[in-house]
Design a protein around this ligand. Structure first.
Ligand code: SAH
Length: 228
């Protein structure tokens, strides 16, 4: 992937989008408990400033969520790193084959995750965001991502089962279609619960059912039913 985008201060850009600014973010995430080197390396190499409006680019390497239009937000880098790490568990030593992402948004989480898995399928319900993310990620040269404008509550039945599923918006309860589409040993990482009371969960399919772990309290936009 070419991260040295001319004209918008790429990897070697100056000021707030420079490699040094990005490295400070990586160090901050490492100090906050992100120990997976492959994940930290992705945060280091994905140019987050190219996923948000140019007017906000100077804030791209702050550890905060930022607006991406249509009432949605690009997730906080710490949460992106935490969810990616939770999904991989053993890092790249046990590479996940097929992974589903629900809530493409601007595509930043997609870009972090794609090189760490075999094939990434990503669904977004808002057409404008979906189109923009697809164009951006294709321009950046990713070749293992399939895009869909659709409702993530339904998963992607035609491509199931998935070794991993990552959801970037919170429903009241875990959608049963997503559980159904998990492969044996597959892991689902997602926020669940009402605004103000959401928890990040990791659910693993076992021989006898599902193992549910609570990771931490989080704040996500709601998972909304139907296509936008
Ligand atoms: N990882 C993204 C997060 C975007 S916010 C990023 O960093 O940009 C969550 C996204 O989930 C929003 O774009 C929202 O439109 C989308 N979303 C909400 N409900 C959905 C659903 N049912 N199916 C697919 N996408 C959904």
């Amino acid at each position: 992937m070419n991260v040295d985008e001319p004209g918008r201060g790429g990897a070697q850009g100056i000021g707030m989008t420079s490699a040094r600014t990005r490295e400070r973010l990586v160090q901050r995430l490492a100090a906050s408990g992100i120990g997976n080197e492959a994940v930290l390396e992705r945060i280091r190499s994905v140019p987050r400033h190219l996923f948000i409006d140019e007017a906000l680019a100077s804030r791209a390497y702050e550890d905060s969520a930022l607006p991406i239009g249509q009432g949605q937000t690009i997730s906080q880098p710490y949460i992106v790193a935490l969810m990616t790490q939770a999904l991989l568990v053993n890092g790249v030593t046990r590479r996940l084959g097929k992974v589903l992402e629900v809530g493409t948004g601007c595509g930043y989480q997609t870009a972090v995750l794609a090189p760490l898995v075999g094939q990434l399928y990503t669904i977004e319900r808002i057409a404008g965001l979906q189109r923009a993310a697809r164009q951006r990620l294709q321009a950046l040269g990713f070749g293992n991502i399939r895009f869909r404008h659709g409702d993530g509550f339904e998963g992607w039945p035609g491509r199931a089962p998935f070794d991993g599923i990552l959801v970037a918006a919170a429903p009241a309860e875990v959608p049963s279609a997503l559980l159904d589409q998990l492969a044996p040993e597959g892991r689902l990482v997602m926020p669940v619960g009402p605004a103000g009371g959401q928890e990040l969960l990791r659910i693993t399919r076992t021989a006898t059912g599902f193992d549910r772990e609570r990771l931490c309290s989080v704040t996500f936009v709601p998972l909304v039913e139907g296509k936008g």
